[in-house]
Design a protein around this ligand. Structure first.
Ligand SMILES: Nc1ncnc2c1ncn2[C@@H]1O[C@H](COP(=O)(O)OP(=O)(O)OP(=O)(O)O)[C@@H](O)[C@H]1O
Length: 311
């Protein structure tokens, strides 16, 4: 069995003069929750469309569950559950009828369909609305039915575009827990595009950030860039802590005053921490504590993208 659920090598797609995806290398481990992040127009949907065989690459390759999605489109689609931004449900049918249709397409035997539909609608907390038409559903409720439909065939890979868009906070928690539990221990992979960086940090094992079609970073969301951008929280004692700003600090050091005697220093490289501390000592500013700080995914994302996009 292949190690990666999705593997892209030099994947590129051009529309006229516009390079939507450029030389993208991605490796999405099986059994992981993988977040695909990037500002509007970064190339996320174009990549997903190539993953599901809706669009051919201009150059490079993509393998999904070890298969080429263009030449093995039917198999890729039968083993993947997909929910794109336009959820694509039939408005005039009820939630249960939409799922009945999906069950039929997925080849689920007739005698198993009722139980499967019930299980899925209960999971997304819409069982009591099963007979209502989708036309009367809110955006969040549609998202939930779309998610239930994507899960219908018990897919090896779930590809979801903004699965929590439009959901209320309690439903976001429900969907997050559902997705994490789906991946845990099952070998099933969840690939999700999202703008919600806090959500990505909570639920993803790995994230990739793209900008203008290019991969900017890939790794664990809790440690992405951590080694490259040391951030420390300083607790100072004695001297005038505000004279810190007048010291000859290593180039590129950013200081944020946090109140009291607390400062946050963000530096370009790990060695700069030592230089910072020795400058403080030379200036006779007491240093009570230097504690490495975790950089949030949002901070790292904004640093990498130069503050271009705010989630
Ligand atoms: N069918 C198309 N024809 C022409 N240009 C396209 C087409 N599809 C996408 N593009 C362009 O490719 C670029 C990437 O678009 P894409 O939809 O992949 O971005 P995205 O990361 O999914 O954005 P968003 O977060 O806003 O959904 C954009 O500049 C877009 O205008």
């Amino acid at each position: 069995m292949e190690q990666y659920a999705v593997e892209c090598h030099g994947l590129s797609r051009r529309f006229g003069n516009r390079q939507a995806v450029s030389n993208l290398d991605l490796a999405v481990p099986r059994g992981s929750v993988f977040g695909f992040l990037g500002p509007n127009g970064a190339g996320k949907t174009t990549t997903v469309r190539m993953m599901v065989g809706m669009l051919a690459p201009t150059s490079g390759s993509v393998a999904v569950l070890g298969l080429d999605p263009i030449s093995h489109g039917a198999e890729v689609r039968s083993r993947s559950g997909v929910m794109l931004d336009n959820v694509g449900l039939y408005d005039r049918l009820s939630a249960a009828q939409n799922l009945e249709l999906a069950a039929r397409i997925a080849g689920i035997p007739m005698h198993e369909r009722g139980d499967r539909i019930k299980e899925l609608l209960q999971r997304v907390e819409l069982w009591d609305r099963r007979n209502d038409r989708i036309s009367g559903f809110s955006k969040g409720m549609r998202q939930k039915v779309g998610l239930a439909r994507a899960l219908m065939a018990n897919p090896d890979l779930l590809i979801l575009d903004e699965p929590t868009a439009g959901l209320d906070p309690a439903s976001i928690v429900m969907v997050r827990e559902l997705l994490v539990s789906l991946a845990q221990g099952s070998g099933r992979t969840v690939f999700l595009c999202t703008h919600l960086l806090g959500e990505a940090q909570r639920m993803c094992d790995q994230v990739a950030i793209i900008q203008s079609g290019r991969l900017v970073a890939m790794g664990n969301p809790n440690s992405l860039g951590q080694a490259e951008v040391p951030t420390v929280r300083l607790t100072l004692s004695g001297g005038d802590p505000h004279s810190l700003r007048n010291l000859p600090l290593p180039e590129g050091t950013r200081l944020d005053f946090l109140g009291g005697r607390e400062w946050r220093a963000t530096m370009r490289q790990v060695d700069d921490v030592e230089i910072l501390v020795s400058r403080l000592v030379e200036a006779q500013i007491g240093v009570r504590a230097v504690v490495p700080e975790q950089v949030s995914l949002e901070e790292e994302y904004l640093r990498l993208l130069g503050g271009e996009d705010h989630a």
